[in-house]
Write a protein that binds this ligand. Structure first.
Ligand code: ATP
Ligand code: MG
Length: 491
């Protein structure tokens, strides 16, 4: 027995091999305001995670011959000059997978809603955008349920549509309503909060929960109290999570709320790292910051599974100045913008979409036939109404034709306003605009438009629900269905 044991032990000792793990170490030479400079530590890669002696993590974003500039991922970590740092050999990544649906997490994959995230797959937050041959043209609508958007600035799956406007103009509400409208539409929605107050983010989550939208949504949040580095990572992490679903053939919608704060977080990081400031003190690569993010929105070819990733970035302007640095950058990157205007918002025209300055460059191709048919002349009608409305302020005597046009424009404007979280199905939108085009609302006082429209829809739902359902199902509104709707409405 004793010899057996000693032979066994000898064998074990002989076959024992030591696998040394070699880490390169560096030393912190300067630290403060959430950034650190490290000397030594050769051979690092951009975006690599570094671990400090105290256990804190940082991300290398300035690579130099004899060191690196590092941003700290957490504001509360204690790091002091002289402490040791080691490279981890991996870049920042996020967990991805079906288990994330319904969860709230931060940009490095820590659950913010309590509990663990049980996922095995990780994606790096920075990934290459799909190349040209992996893409196809946008051809499927992504309906927002908001009549003015779906008729005038339609959005297609795989498109990037900017929501831009001053503070408190309903930007978040518009994006949220779009998420709420994706219920039962086989779409996965990701709401990415960047640099907002924690209370605002929790109100958004509450709205999503209350309306059952968390069943198909994920929230990625870096609030104003998080470090600039986390805020900077937030949209890339949300995009990486979206890409996972897109690569598995799903349709994904990602809302980035908002990219102005993202640019500011990046500016803070860059200035602290002593990178040279450019226009408005933003660093020189600020355009690349957003272009590489939004380029990852795509409509994949069938060979790549046919998934799509639609991006709705939000930008906040100051005093309606859409020609400032960051707004113009993002406008030029995206495929169109929905411009929300303070003046309209305060006049009660909500959502405050400025139809003249809002465009959708690719969505028209994806607009359902039923909608295209009834909305073809809306833009011109509205433009003429606005022009006429300006002139009519000067004169009191209006000829009957002008008066008629002004009244009609007023009614149309009222028809395009919509309370928050009030969403219309395709059939309802098409029926309302069809009835409007056929003069059905001509005798209605503009102030009563909402009530009349509600009564009208109530009637249709009662008398011919199958016609509305057919439009929803097929996206078409053939002549006989139109006649049926009009006859029912007249009855
Ligand atoms: P911030 O600049 O603070 O992010 P925001 O532009 O995202 O603001 P919201 O928070 O969406 O604006 O909306 C501002 C206020 O307007 C909210 O109180 C919201 O309830 C209200 N609101 C937004 N859209 C509508 C609407 N269609 N009908 C009625 N109220 C609305
Ligand atoms: Mg907002």
């Amino acid at each position: 027995m004793a010899t057996e044991l000693s032979t066994f032990l000898k064998q074990k000792i002989e076959s024992y091999s030591v696998q040394p793990v070699v880490y390169a170490y560096g030393t912190v030479s300067r630290v403060g305001d959430g950034v650190a400079r490290v000397t030594g530590l050769p051979g690092r890669c951009y975006g690599e995670l570094l671990q400090f002696e105290s256990g804190a993590f940082g991300m290398a974003i300035d690579l130099e011959e004899d060191g690196a500039g590092v941003v700290m991922l957490s504001t509360s970590d204690v790091v002091s000059v002289g402490s040791r740092v080691r490279g981890t050999g991996r870049v920042c990544d996020v967990p991805v997978g079906d288990a994330l649906i319904g969860r709230v997490l931060d940009p490095i994959g820590r659950a913010l809603d309590g509990g663990e995230i049980d996922v095995k797959t990780y994606y790096p937050v920075e990934r290459r955008a799909p190349d040209l041959v992996s893409r196809r043209a946008v051809d499927t609508p992504m309906e927002t349920g908001i009549i003015s958007v779906d008729s005038l600035v339609p959005i297609g799956r795989g498109q990037r549509e900017l929501i831009i406007g001053d503070r408190q103009t309903g930007k978040t509400t518009l994006a949220l309503d779009t998420i709420l409208n994706q219920k039962d539409k086989d779409m996965i929605c990701i709401y990415c909060a960047i640099g907002q107050k924690a209370s605002t983010v929790s109100a958004v989550i509450e709205t999503l929960r209350a309306s059952g939208a968390m069943d198909y949504s994920i929230v990625v949040a870096a609030t104003a109290s998080d470090s600039p580095a986390l805020q900077y990572l937030s949209p890339y992490a949300a995009c990486a999570i979206g890409e996972y679903f897109m690569e598995h053939g799903k349709d994904v919608l990602v809302v980035y709320d908002d990219l102005s704060k993202h640019a500011v977080a990046y500016r803070t990081m860059s200035l602290l790292l002593r990178r040279s400031p450019g226009r408005e003190a933003y660093p020189g690569d600020i355009f690349y910051l957003h272009s590489r993010l939004l380029e990852r929105a795509a409509c994949l070819s069938s060979a790549r599974g046919g998934g799509t990733l639609t991006a709705l970035p939000i930008i906040e302007t100051k005093n309606g100045n859409i020609s400032a640095y960051i707004p113009t950058n993002v406008i030029s990157i995206t495929d169109g913008q929905i411009y929300l205007e303070s003046e309209l918002f305060h006049n009660g025209i909500r959502p405050a979409v400025n139809t003249g300055l809002s465009v959708s460059r690719v969505g028209r191709a994806a607009q359902p036939h039923a909608m295209r048919m009834v909305s073809s002349s809306l833009r011109i009608d509205l433009a003429q109404y606005r022009e006429m409305a300006v002139f009519s302020r000067f004169g009191s005597d209006l000829d009957p034709a002008t008066k008629k046009m002004l009244d009609s424009g007023e009614r149309l404007t009222q028809l395009l306003t919509q309370g928050k979280h009030v969403l219309y199905s395709l059939g309802e939108k098409a029926a309302l605009l069809l009835w409007f085009r056929n003069g059905g609302f001509d005798t209605v006082d503009p102030q009563d438009m909402h009530k009349t429209a509600d009564d009208f829809l109530y009637k249709l739902h009662k008398m011919c629900p199958e016609a509305l359902a057919a439009i929803d199902r097929t996206g078409e509104c053939p002549d006989e269905v139109q006649q049926q709707l009009l006859q029912t409405a007249r009855a």
